[in-house]
Ligand binder design. Structure first.
Ligand code: HEM
Length: 162
């Protein structure tokens, strides 16, 4: 084999190795870039998590009072807005049309203890659906950013503070 033929083969081999490497890196990149929405299992999985979570809050002895007086369709509407919100926040193809968290919860007097009880329900829900630790922490991280807008220091509207 002539020298230039050998050189050509070596160059060709190097190009192939380079391409394969790029493909592998691109594959990894794609993996790590998957949205939380997709990693959670998409819309149906998120909807199932929210259904369970809302059901738990509405039937909890400590938290149920917040949902009293709502019609079935009103609770369904809240459920749908939470689905949309979580879907959008995790990178899904949804658009949240509800109110901001401060406006939506203002005057309800949701306390720190109510918040903690709600987060426990969320953790139990994510565990029930076998959401892995990484994704669970990402969901909890996203929710925790809303705490200051939802928890109120003063008593609910119409009640005297103790
Ligand atoms: C865990 C974080 C929470 C998220 C992401 C969340 C999300 C939402 C959303 C999206 C809405 C609908 C907003 C709208 O109507 O425009 C809503 C409303 C509501 N939330 Fe939350 N919420 C959270 C915590 C809580 C807690 C801790 C309670 C009480 C236990 C609560 C009780 C309610 C109630 C009763 C409504 C209906 C308000 C109304 O009728 O105007 N939420 N929430």
């Amino acid at each position: 084999m002539k020298l230039y033929q050998l050189m050509n083969r070596i160059m060709f081999a190097l190009v192939l190795v380079g391409l394969a490497g790029t493909a592998l890196v691109a594959g990894d990149h794609h993996e790590s870039q998957q949205s939380l929405y997709k990693r959670l299992g998409g819309y149906d999985a998120i909807a199932a998590v929210v259904d369970e979570f809302v059901q738990r809050l509405a039937t909890d002895p400590q938290l149920g009072r917040f949902f009293q007086g709502h019609s079935v369709s009103s609770v369904k509407k809240i459920r749908q807005l939470v689905v949309d919100q979580l879907c959008e926040a995790t990178g899904g193809p949804c658009y949240y049309t509800g109110r901001d968290m401060k406006t939506a919860h203002a005057g309800m007097g949701i306390s720190e203890a109510d918040w903690d009880a709600s987060v426990k329900h969320l953790v139990a829900t994510l565990d029930k659906f076998k959401v892995s630790e990484k994704e669970k922490n990402e969901v909890l991280g996203a929710i925790s950013t809303m705490k200051d807008q939802i928890v109120e220091k003063s008593a609910p509207m119409g009640e005297k503070s103790k």
